[in-house]
Every structure is written in structure tokens, then in C-alpha cells.
Design a protein around this ligand. Structure first.
Ligand SMILES: Nc1ncnc2c1ncn2[C@@H]1O[C@H](COP(=O)(O)OP(=O)(O)OP(=O)(O)O)[C@@H](O)[C@H]1O
Length: 233
């Protein structure tokens, strides 16, 4: 179980990005953070990944405090943020994945097999020898997801994974996420897309750093869900 308790974050410019957020997520659950621009979604995802330290509050996975056990956190949490500058522009798809695999502690045969596996899973086989700088936006996003899948983590975080990608890629991304769910991983998305929200188990609604509520997706028809979400923003 991933437990997010009373998370608060104020940036140096005085913006209170998160004002005491509580969320509990079970294994095999898919959760979306929903909210308008600036609601605090990315800030919360970065905190869960321990990229950012909150001013107050705790995040635990199976009872273990992630901020006090950074090594455990790095092993258990995998994040795809779509930040392009985190890749090497002149390296190919395969070389970039190899580099990040080595950072994750993979070497030799393990490294080669893991890279091959994620390249196949994410449909990047025909692009594996293409330089990062020559990839389209959608392919860059796929590579970002491939990198997140290189790690055998327990929690997978995807920050707007399908923004700017075509329908086929979007479906492929959702199929990959489904496979992770079947393996009882915890999935966290930040998204604005209604089609994506429908595929989740629960939606957490954030507004100006506060949690306004939660929706259990199964309890709503498409229209009801759309109207309910609109009523919050
Ligand atoms: N590094 C930073 N320094 C200062 N303020 C920041 C920083 N990052 C985010 N903020 C502010 O914190 C608030 C929450 O931002 P955040 O990026 O978490 O929102 P979001 O819900 O992910 O938005 P979006 O949908 O636009 O991605 C915003 O008001 C934003 O301007």
C-alpha cells in the first residue's frame, strides 16, 4: 500500500503548491490525479518519486518511509515525466536505454535482455538505432515510458503520458499499463484526458493544492463523470 499523508509543499516564490494531501493506494490500483493547470499534480508526483522533498507530511510504501529510505524509494518507484532534456540527444534509442539501465545497476546480459524487452514492448524496434534528436514527439514519449519500464519497480508514475501522442500509441501505452496492473503494481497518472480518466479505478481531484474529492470510476457513466469533474473545476 502506498500512503500519502498530509503532504505540504511551498516553493521558494511563496506558492503553496500542496496544502495537506492524503491519498491511499492499494496494489493493482490505477489512480489519476486530475485538476486544472497549476493544481499541484506534478509537484505531488515528484514528491512521491522523492525528486522533491515536502515541507511536511510522509509518503510510505508498505510502511517504509520513502524520504528516510531513499535507496528503497529509488528501487521501488519509477517515473515517466516526459522531460526531454533528461535524454542524450546524440545517442540512439538503444544507447539511451542502455545508459539508464547501467544507472539502475544492470550490466552484461541482464542489461541487453532488459533493453531488448522494453524496446519490443514499447514498439520501438524499428527506431532503436535512431538518435534521440531525430525522433518525433510521440516516439520520444514512448522512449520515456520505455525508460520507466526498465526498472522492476512497485509504483509506476506517468505524468501526462499521452499528451501529444497518436491514438495507436495511446492504446499501446494503456495496454502496457494494464500489464503492470495485472502484475499488481501501483499506477499513478496525472492527466486531463477524459478518455484516460475512464480507464482508471479512482480519480483524485486537486485544485490549488487541495484535494477536493475522489471518484470511484466504476460508479459513473461517461456523461456523469464528465459533469462531475466539470463541477469541480
Ligand atoms: N519549481 C517551481 N518553483 C516555483 N513554483 C512552482 C514550481 N513548480 C511549480 N510551481 C507552482 O506550483 C503550482 C503547482 O504546479 P504543478 O506543476 O504541480 O501543477 P500541475 O497540476 O502539474 O499543473 P499542469 O497541469 O499545468 O502541469 C503552480 O502554481 C506552479 O506555478
Amino acid at each position: 500500500m502506498l500512503v500519502i499523508r498530509q503532504i505540504r509543499k511551498k516553493y521558494k516564490n511563496g506558492i503553496e503548491a500542496l496544502k495537506g494531501i492524503d491519498i491511499k493506494i492499494k496494489r493493482g490500483e490505477k489512480i489519476a490525479l486530475f485538476g486544472e493547470n497549476g493544481a499541484g499534480k506534478t509537484t505531488l508526483l515528484k514528491i512521491i518519486a522523492t525528486f522533491l522533498i515536502p515541507d511536511d507530511g510522509k509518503v510510505t510504501l508498505d510502511g517504509i518511509d520513502l524520504f528516510k529510505n531513499q535507496k528503497y524509494a529509488k528501487k521501488m518507484i519509477s517515473i515517466s515525466t516526459g522531460i526531454e532534456r533528461s535524454f542524450y540527444y546524440r545517442l540512439t534509442v538503444k544507447q539511451n536505454l542502455e545508459f539508464f539501465g547501467i544507472l539502475n545497476g544492470l550490466l552484461g546480459k541482464d542489461l541487453r535482455l532488459t533493453v531488448e524487452k522494453v524496446i519490443t514492448e514499447t514498439g520501438l524496434t524499428e527506431y532503436k538505432n535512431i538518435k534521440y534528436m531525430e525522433l518525433s514527439k510521440g516516439l520520444k514519449r514512448r522512449l520515456d515510458i520505455a525508460r520507466a519500464l526498465m526498472k522492476e519497480a512497485e509504483v509506476y508514475i506517468f505524468d501526462e503520458p499521452t499528451s501529444g501522442v497518436d491514438i495507436k500509441t495511446r492504446n499501446e501505452i494503456h495496454n502496457l499499463v494494464e500489464k503492470l496492473v495485472q502484475r499488481k503494481k501501483i499506477i499513478l497518472f496525472a492527466t486531463h484526458e477524459i478518455e484516460e480518466l475512464k480507464k482508471m479505478d479512482r480519480i483524485i481531484i486537486l485544485k490549488r493544492g487541495e484535494k477536493l474529492g475522489e471518484l470511484n470510476v466504476k460508479e459513473y457513466t461517461h456523461l456523469e463523470m464528465e459533469n462531475t469533474l466539470l463541477s469541480y473545476i
